[in-house]
Design a protein. Structure first.
Length: 66
């Protein structure tokens, strides 16, 4: 039988997005200027924005439109 208490506590989506952004920025640090580096930095920025959007969407102050 499946019990919730047996589950490990998983990191939140926000945490995973921020961690991925940090990892992408670290990868880009060691690269020479170019398209691949720009792609990594752009993707890191998108992850950061996604984390903030998720934070906003899950905030307790957000209300459904009336």
């Amino acid at each position: 039988m499946f019990h919730r208490s047996n589950l490990k506590k998983l990191p939140t989506l926000e945490f995973r997005l921020i961690q991925e952004a940090v990892n992408l920025r670290k990868q880009a640090e060691g690269m020479p200027l170019g398209i691949r580096r720009d792609e990594l930095l752009r993707k890191a920025g998108q992850m950061h924005v996604a984390a903030h959007i998720n934070e906003w969407l899950t905030s307790p102050g957000l209300r459904a439109p009336t």
